[in-house]
Design a protein around this ligand. Structure first.
Ligand code: F6P
Length: 363
């Protein structure tokens, strides 16, 4: 039997995202092809803390390219530096870094591929404070990570939102209604902006541009005067009126980022209906944006990212994140990625495109 050159491990952290399985498949196949063994860690950082992992082979990644979700399981809780345990009805937090390091050392795992969004923060901290060798892969439907032009999963979410807008158009037109679609994205408006342009929305409300309700009403009125009796609005979950509050749906204790946004769309349509008398409805697209099969674009990007991440491990280029820049896959120091979310720049060409098309951004 050929000698094993080394051992790697892979985990998926944070919310699920279309393309996770495509990345896992590419990481595993590249590792095996180059003579490495590779562990699949179950349920994100939880499996790293508890040592729940298994060696992967070609059969374990067979047939998963088009499949949604993650065969490894994931969680957006279980931060090893701040591990929440419920004791007597209260959360108590523990530092589990020693368990993580031991679980990797016991199995001679030399590097860890972390497929994550916000959870890449944890990977960066493991690298900086525990000398764990990590390679990150930028995952999130929100497309809000620094140091890359695209995260995988975004294209699929955008396609889902665009299809929803096409469907809402026909019902809005038939009923002469204002229809809002609330989309995900946390504090960044990438999904709202791109799907709004692709789906021919009339108004797009982004977290980056607090809105003035009067500006939205003017747009609806302008359309009615020109004979268009319906309007389509895309509302990012992080959108808020000027001087107003974020719409928070819940607080998830023990989660990497406890606030869950939701309700911005319903709040908006109620105000529109109250102020104009026009029947207005909101659809919340929710987890449909994350579930199911990735688009062809996301399958290709995920595969490129997975291969590049395994290659970085093999050439021992550690503590980086693979990144798309132009049409090239490059690496960036993982410490640079973690800080703040990447927001839509207000002077970007895509915002200008929207404005030239007569779109209202609520300002
Ligand atoms: O980051 C991905 C995302 O889907 C966000 O767009 C959304 O705000 C959040 O995760 C929802 O998180 P959860 O799965 O914990 O409800």
């Amino acid at each position: 039997m050929a000698q094993v050159k080394g051992r790697l491990a892979v985990l998926t952290g944070g919310g699920d995202c279309p393309g996770l399985n495509a990345v896992i498949r590419a990481v595993v196949k590249t590792a095996l092809k180059n003579g490495y063994e590779i562990y699949g860690i179950e349920n994100g950082f939880n499996g790293l803390i508890t040592g729940t992992m298994k060696l992967m082979d070609y059969a374990s990644v067979s047939g998963i390219l088009p499949r949604g979700g993650t065969i490894l399981g994931t969680t957006n809780r279980d931060n090893p530096f701040h591990f929440a345990v419920e004791e007597n009805g209260k959360y108590v937090f523990y530092d589990k870094r020693e368990e993580v390091v031991k679980n990797l050392r016991d199995r001679n795992i030399e590097a860890l591929v972390v497929i994550g969004g916000g959870s890449l923060n944890i990977a960066a901290k493991l690298a900086a404070e525990c000398d764990v060798k990590v390679v990150g892969v930028p995952k999130t439907i929100d497309n809000d990570l620094q140091c890359t032009e695209r995260t995988f999963g975004f294209d699929t979410a955008m396609a889902m939102a665009t299809e929803a807008l096409d469907r809402l158009h026909t019902t809005a037109e038939s009923h002469h209604r204002v229809m809002a679609l609330e989309v995900m994205g946390r504090y960044a408006g990438w999904i709202a902006l791109h799907s709004g342009i692709a789906g021919g929305a009339d108004v797009i409300l982004l977290p980056e541009i607090p809105y003035d309700i009067n500006s939205v009403l003017r747009k609806i009125e302008e359309r009615r005067k020109s004979g268009k009796k319906f309007s389509i609005i895309v509302v990012a979950e992080g959108a808020k009126p000027i001087g107003g509050e974020l719409s928070v749906a819940r607080v998830v204790e023990g989660s990497f980022e406890p606030l869950r946004l939701g309700g911005a769309g319903e709040k908006l349509v109620r105000e529109i209906e109250n102020r104009t008398g026009i029947e207005s409805r909101c659809t919340v697209l929710g987890y449909l944006q994350r579930g199911g099969s990735p688009t062809a674009f996301d399958r290709v990007l995920s595969t490129r990212y997975g291969v590049a991440a395994a290659e970085a491990c093999i050439r021992k280029e550690y503590n980086v994140m693979v990144s798309l820049q132009g049409d090239k896959i490059v690496t960036e120091p993982i410490a640079k990625v973690a800080a703040q979310p990447r927001l839509v720049p207000l002077d970007s060409e895509i915002i200008r495109t929207g404005r030239q098309m007569g779109l209202c951004f609520g300002d």
